[in-house]
Write a protein that binds this ligand. Structure first.
Ligand SMILES: Cc1cc2nc3c(=O)[nH]c(=O)nc-3n(C[C@H](O)[C@H](O)[C@H](O)COP(=O)(O)O)c2cc1C
Length: 161
């Protein structure tokens, strides 16, 4: 028998991850973005990654429209950005309070993140409550900085060993 939701959450919070903001821009819905830790590398050749987005998330609707999205890997200085893009602010406020620019394909890049990947949607699968969205990387911009981490329900930073 499958484990319950509480056991699932208790188990999965032991997986330490980075924190990303997935952004998109579409004619119908404008600028949208949301905080996402469910991000993974998939394949180097072709260069593909995946993100898992709740089917109720507005940003997923915008990505369906634009067929493009960016994954912005947050720096330690961007805890506030993570909270805003997790629902702490309206979509308008999220972008008004953040330093961003437009990629070659028109996708919003968060300029203070340590990495921005511009992706074209190549596949999408609904699994349970979430869309697994697979993107092919069209452009990658690396910047200086240390990553913001998330573990056991709290933000963390890298420590020297
Ligand atoms: C640290 C953190 C990680 C999150 N990771 C995900 C995730 O991987 N997938 C997801 O669908 N929502 C995730 N969320 C929740 C969304 O960011 C939040 O529900 C968001 O406001 C929904 O997007 P929308 O504003 O476009 O509807 C996360 C929230 C936090 C604080």
């Amino acid at each position: 028998m499958a484990v319950g939701v509480d056991d699932f959450k208790k188990a999965l919070q032991l997986w330490a991850s980075g924190v990303t903001v997935v952004t998109t821009s579409s004619e119908r819905y404008g600028l949208q973005g949301m905080t996402v830790t469910a991000f993974s590398s998939v394949s180097a050749n072709p260069p593909q990654i995946l993100v898992c987005l709740n089917q109720n998330a507005d940003t997923g609707t915008g990505i369906e429209e634009s067929q493009n999205f960016a994954v912005n890997v947050l720096s330690t200085d961007q805890q506030n950005v993570s909270n805003q893009f997790a629902g702490g602010a309206s979509q308008e406020e999220r972008f008004a309070n953040t330093n961003w620019s437009v990629s070659a394909s028109g996708t919003p890049f968060l300029n203070d993140s340590i990495l921005s990947l511009d992706c074209k949607v190549v596949n999408k699968v609904l699994v349970g409550t979430h869309w697994i969205v697979i993107g092919e990387i069209q452009e990658s911009v690396c910047r200086d900085g240390e990553p913001l981490l998330y573990f056991s329900g709290s933000y963390r930073e890298l420590a020297e060993k």
